[in-house]
Design a protein around this ligand. Structure first.
Ligand SMILES: [Zn+2]
Length: 149
């Protein structure tokens, strides 16, 4: 996930080198949770939990463990292009201790940051409602609702 311009100053100046060291040297270009490979298309069962590791020739779970996938049809298979990102496990971009960083694929990163994304979604709705309350005339809105143009 790209760094937002307003958050860029929170990251160290050598973030790119730090991120590369975690993703490629420590993790070996694979997600540290699911083991999905970087910059490769991965076949999975739609929801992304089970995926085919073509390098070793077997199915893996979302935790990277070998599994025997059964009960699916070829029509249920999907393909995703994996891109690794370096994630802060405690969501603090100022904490760049290697123990706090992990190389994660998009799916694992979204799951890791799910609570933060929910909060941001709530904050955006709250912020937009507050702006609307400041600048919108409720009488005009009410009239438009009663008599649509
Ligand atoms: Zn992953």
């Amino acid at each position: 996930m790209p760094i937002r311009p307003e958050n860029r100053w929170l990251y160290p100046i050598d973030w790119q080198q730090l991120s590369d060291a975690i993703r490629f040297e420590r993790a070996g270009s694979r997600c540290e949770k699911s083991r999905r490979p970087h910059l490769r298309p991965v076949v999975h069962l739609g929801d992304g939990r089970w995926w085919w590791d073509a390098e070793v020739g077997y199915w893996r779970s979302d935790r990277g463990c070998r599994i025997s996938a059964k009960g699916f049809t070829l029509a249920s298979l999907r393909s995703t292009y994996v891109v690794l990102a370096c994630a802060h496990l405690d969501h603090d971009p100022g904490n760049n201790d290697p123990a706090n960083l992990a190389a994660l694929c998009q799916r694992c990163h979204m799951i890791q940051d799910a609570a933060e994304h929910r909060w941001e979604r709530w904050w955006n709705v709250f912020r937009l409602r507050a702006l609307r309350d400041l600048y919108e005339d409720p009488r005009i809105t009410r009239e438009r609702i009663m008599r649509p143009q």
